[in-house]
Design a protein around this ligand. Structure first.
Ligand code: B3K
Ligand code: ZN
Length: 928
């Protein structure tokens, strides 16, 4: 029995296009083929030449608002019919007159357009490559559009597409225009209703908000209608249809409302949802406790999909996740995966307030939601796990990858002022540096002040689209402070450098710290104004004790940590009553995203490593010590001098292993040498060969010198505890496996036997994959080969483990040769259309296999270029990301520099590039 409900077809008796079933459309007077519409020549010219640039300074309010959006989908793999009915209204704030209505639309087959029920003829409007322009003669009207799309042919994974037979969407930033014609911009907020019609063998049909109706159609199809009571921009729209199973739980909010929580996956993965569910509940509670934010719908859904361009997406009430960021079981997921899931589930959930309830006015404001939400998820993870270790992980990543981005050709401020393709600006700068900027506000205002500011921000802007400026203004107004200079963090790109010197006057017992700040030029910004920088610091006495700090003229009582506010290009701070020559502990907790230059001696660094009360700075001292030693090794390598590792470093590492009572995860971090990528970022000119030689030598020397201590550590921690992904146990496993990796570097039989034994006995993926990695990274590879094979045989049905298996090989300096990587691409498990596979094989090779990617003949660079060219035809977003390592060519020493440049040029010369790839490559090739 057919069913007729709101917005649903009932056998073709209705005359508005909205309700007309598919077959009637082909006879509709307005159902013309897209080619029959007039094509605006300027758009064609633009597309064939190069993509245009969008500027923040050109922002204008939308001419029209959309009060409600009704959507109706008839799902078919190659011909999905999309009907929309929009209640449109002239935006009174946008000016006089009735300009044409401009709707975005890409790769759509237009079937019909009607205004207030009257079909428009082809001559009544303009249709071009990027959308529609419709003349308007009234201030309010209903617009009905019908178009067709091809989800199966959509490999860009943006818009509506198919992943393993499941329909899903990704609309941020500009994917909704690949679904239907719409004002696809975040400052147009509308109430959405969506009806999904699908064959009955797609039992699960989901969209945002609450389910309001469901029924059968024509015997073999069914429909579900969803209504989202919260107005939202189109980028938060989502649709899912598939053969899925779910796990369900409940959460009672702080005001006592009950919320249903559901996680949907393919049936084979349904046993892997418990951790994501627990993380979700913890995040919901945390946001209530720390920010006073409560969930607002009756249902919250998460869906895991295999083909996804990034980690996850915060669509209102219906988060869509990359499977790798939601599915976990102890047998198949590493500790790192458990922690990643916890933080991404939280991140997407937190967006419900920082992103959805308060959204962004335009995409230049992306950091408004992303920087803030990363800060929120980082604090959540710090509260759930070890705060110091979380901070170390985040800062390592920032220093390695974000600092490199800030110094490269794509460098941009946290709030960019122009872009060609917004997808290229989902960057470490917008996310991670943006989070550091929010953290600095937190440091400057203190937790209570920050909370006052966030409360005001949410109150003021709830239900609307805001700017970074609004965020700072709320922080200022709630606290009666002024952050004028601080705003430069949003507008100036580049990593500031603090050069710090000091002077101690023993007679006066006075200590003076002098700070000079500068910031290197970045594209389009040759000169920078001084930043407002919170510099958290303390002073240590010779025995490591914390010295009391009294600032000149201060009436404060005794404290031993201060936040100095740096605002000038050069500034001095005087401390009185300092009884002995102090050792400064600077930028504690990494209180600002800057580089600190201070001439520490190795002995001073060892004191900081041992005694600083700030755990982050203890680790940072270990890094500085290692940087110094590694820089010396690189110089010696180039000078042809026999390499010798500083005994300071060896002894410092030994003390770390011997010191009692330290958090094992912190010990593991302190024992880990800076990665080749981190060394590359630190270098003035990158000498890949020298970095590889220095790192290898240092690792071997440390492993040999500390063998006994490492072995003792390994034995102490290698116990049979049932697996739990909790901070203390994760910390122990991390140190144990760090020790194992070092032991195996020696290639001693005993060490390899330990790895083999662990590989065989492991009952969790952390220990199993760590043992496999230790084996794979050895020179003699017979045993490694056997281990790899048995691992694959055991796990070949599990996508997440197969990704791990691929990544282990392509990151291996021994086994991940170019030939091996090519072979992995021919493996049946590899798919160029699956971003997780591409990341596991190609991303890992180019970003984490420094040795093989940087082969002196340049073969790695040309290989990457060829893959990028192929990928651009399928998935431009992934192609534009994958090319990143080549964009750093200017920083390399001659030889690799020219080879990387040539590889990049070959990408440019390969034909018509996507806007995504064109932007990255053209900006990188610029020589200014
Ligand atoms: N907001 C999404 C990112 C969308 C990326 C589009 N290219 C995930 C997140 O940051 O939560
Ligand atoms: Zn986000």
């Amino acid at each position: 029995m057919g069913h007729s409900g709101p917005g649903l077809p009932a056998a073709g008796h209705h005359d508005s296009p909205w309700q007309r079933p598919l077959d009637l459309y082909s006879n509709h007077p307005a159902s013309l083929r897209p080619g029959e519409f007039i094509v605006e020549s300027e758009f064609r010219i633009m597309r064939d030449a190069q993509p245009g640039t969008v500027y923040l300074k050109d922002y204008r309010q939308p001419d029209y608002l959309v009060d409600s959006t009704r959507l109706r989908f008839e799902l078919e793999p190659n011909a999905t019919l999309v009907q929309s009915r929009l209640k449109v209204r002239r935006n009174p704030a946008a000016g006089e007159g009735l300009p044409p209505l401009k709707l975005d639309g890409v790769n759509l087959e237009l079937l019909s357009v009607a205004m207030d029920g009257a079909p428009l003829a082809a001559a009544d409007f303009t249709c071009h490559d990027e959308g529609l322009s419709i003349p308007v003669d009234r201030a309010e009207f209903t617009l009905e559009i019908c178009n067709r799309i091809d989800p199966e042919g959509n490999t860009s994974l943006e818009g509506l597409y198919l992943s393993n037979g499941m329909y899903c969407t990704q609309c941020e930033a500009e994917g909704f225009r690949k679904i239907t014609y719409y004002p696809d911009r975040p400052d147009v907020l509308s109430k959405f209703t969506a009806t999904i019609i699908a064959p009955r063998d797609y039992p699960i049909l989901l969209s945002n908000g609450n389910e309001v109706e469901r029924g059968e159609i024509d015997g073999d199809r069914h429909f579900v209608t969803w209504e989202d009571p919260f107005a939202k921009p189109a980028y938060l729209f989502a649709l899912v249809a598939g053969r899925l199973e779910k796990v369900e739980d409940r959460f009672t909010t702080m005001s006592g409302r009950e919320v249903v929580l559901q996680i949907f996956t393919e049936p084979k993965n349904i046993h892997k949802c418990a951790h994501a569910m627990a993380s979700l509940k913890a995040a919901m509670r945390w946001d209530e406790e720390v920010y006073g934010r409560e969930y607002d719908l009756d249902i919250f859904m998460i869906v895991a999909v295999d083909h996804f361009n990034m980690g996850a997406m915060e669509n209102k009430g219906l988060n869509i996740f990359n499977s790798a960021c939601v599915l976990a079981s102890p047998e198949t997921a590493t500790d790192a995966a458990f922690q990643r899931i916890e933080s991404i589930v939280a991140h997407e959930y937190f967006h419900n307030w920082s992103g959805n309830r308060v959204t962004c006015r335009d995409w230049f404001q992306l950091s408004l939601k992303e920087g803030f939400t990363v800060f929120r998820d980082a604090e959540f993870s710090a509260d759930m796990n070890s705060r110091a270790v979380k901070r170390i992980e985040d800062v390592s990543m920032l220093r390695t990858a974000q600092f490199a981005e800030d110094a490269g050709p794509m460098s941009h401020p946290v709030r960019p002022d122009s872009y060609m393709e917004i997808s290229n600006f989902y960057t470490l700068t917008v996310y991670e540096k943006g989070a550091e900027v929010v953290r600095m506000i937190h440091t400057l205002l203190g937790p209570e002040g920050f909370r006052r500011g966030s409360d005001l921000y949410f109150d003021r802007h709830d239900g609307s689209a805001a700017t970074c400026e609004d965020f700072i203004a709320a922080m200022e107004d709630a606290n009666g402070v002024e952050l004028q200079q601080f705003r430069r963090w949003y507008s100036q790109a580049g990593t500031p450098i603090l050069e710090i010197s000091d002077d101690y006057d023993a007679k006066q017992q006075r200590y003076v710290l002098t700070v000079r700040q500068s910031c290197p030029p970045t594209p389009g910004q040759p000169e920078k104004q001084p930043f407002h920088i919170p510099l958290k610091m303390g002073l240590l006495g010779a025995d490591g004790s914390a010295l009391p700090l009294v600032a000149e003229g201060s009436s404060e009582g005794e404290i031993n940590e201060r936040v100095l506010e740096i605002t000038e290009a050069e500034q001095s701070f005087t401390f009185e009553n300092i009884a002995e020559q102090p050792l400064p502990s600077l930028l504690r907790g990494f209180s600002a995203p800057v580089k600190v230059r201070y001439d520490y001696t190795p002995a001073q660094l060892r004191l900081l490593m041992r005694a600083d009360r700030d755990a982050f700075n203890r680790w940072d001292a270990s890094q500085r010590l290692a940087f110094g030693a590694m820089a010396q090794l690189q110089r010696d390598f180039r000078a042809g001098i026999a390499l010798q590792l500083s005994s300071e470093l060896v002894e410092a590492y030994r003390s770390v292993l011997q010191q009692e009572g330290l958090d094992p995860a912190l010990v593991a971090e302190m024992l880990t040498l800076p990665s080749a990528q981190t060394l590359a970022e630190e270098a003035e000119t990158i000498d890949a060969e020298a970095i590889i030689a220095a790192r290898k030598f240092a690792e071997h020397t440390l492993a040999e010198a500390l063998y006994d201590e490492l072995l003792a550590t390994y034995r102490r921690l290698n116990h049979d505890k049932p697996y739990r992904p909790v901070a203390d146990d994760i910390a122990e496993r991390r140190l144990k496996n760090t020790a194992l990796a070092y032991l195996c570097v020696t290639e001693r039989k005993d060490a390899l036997a330990l790895a083999e034994a662990q590989f065989v006995a492991a009952t969790n993926m952390t220990d199993s994959s760590a043992a496999l990695a230790a084996l794979v990274n050895r020179a003699d590879d017979q045993c490694a080969e056997a281990a790899l094979q048995s691992f694959y045989e055991r796990w070949k049905e599990d996508d997440q483990v197969v990704d791990l298996w691929l990544g282990l090989q392509s990151s291996s300096p021994q086994r991940g040769t170019l030939g091996a990587v090519r072979a992995l691409m021919l493996h049946p498990a590899f798919e160029l259309t699956n971003p997780n596979r591409v990341r596991a094989v190609l991303g890992t090779f180019a970003n984490r296999n420094f040795t093989q990617f940087h082969q002196p003949d340049g073969s790695g660079f040309h290989f990457l270029a060829a893959q990028v060219i192929a990928l651009d035809k399928l998935n431009p977003q992934i192609a534009a990301r994958l090319v990143t390592p080549l964009t750093r060519w200017k920083k390399y020493r001659t030889g690799p520099r020219e080879a990387m440049h040539a590889a990049l040029q070959s990408v440019m010369a390969s034909g018509q590039l996507s806007a995504d790839l064109y932007e990255v490559v053209s900006k990188s090739l610029k020589t200014d």
